[in-house]
Design a protein. Structure first.
Length: 143
């Protein structure tokens, strides 16, 4: 591996940490993608959030800008589209049930030493590992 392979993830992690830290310092809120998405779509008590819309627009613009700088990957969907949709809906339900997603709990919550976020992150990482094991080793060929 060459040095550039380590720079992209480092830059991405620094930008995520910087944006989450600035959001907390300047607005006093946790930068969880599921919460910001819900606010942008008007699914929260405050109606549609301009801040949420701006955050989501920044994510899309950042991905688009990066795609101009980095080679395009070959994307191949190898699972059933129905399975992917069901899995996405389950993940979405889980983020609402758990009051946050990996970005809110994993990035922001752990950085604040939140016991609830530490527990949530440990649980969803363990479940992710179990899910991969079951899907790859026990149900291989069925999905």
């Amino acid at each position: 591996m060459n040095e550039i392979n380590y720079l992209w993830p480092l830059a991405g992690g620094l930008l995520i940490g910087l944006s989450a830290g600035l959001y907390l310092l300047l607005d006093g809120r946790i930068a969880g993608i599921s919460g910001l998405t819900a606010a942008a779509m008007g699914l929260t008590d405050g109606g549609t959030s301009k801040l949420g819309l701006g955050f989501l627009a920044g994510i899309v613009a950042g991905a688009w800008f990066t795609s101009l700088l980095v080679r395009q990957p070959h994307i191949a969907i190898t699972s059933s589209p129905t399975l992917l949709i069901v899995a996405g809906l389950i993940v979405g339900y889980g983020t609402r049930l758990g009051s946050g997603c990996t970005s809110g709990h994993g990035v922001c919550g752990i950085a604040r030493f939140s016991r609830r976020s530490l527990a949530a992150t440990a649980i969803f990482m363990a479940i992710a590992g179990i899910t991969v094991f079951v899907a790859r080793h026990l149900l291989e060929g069925l999905l």
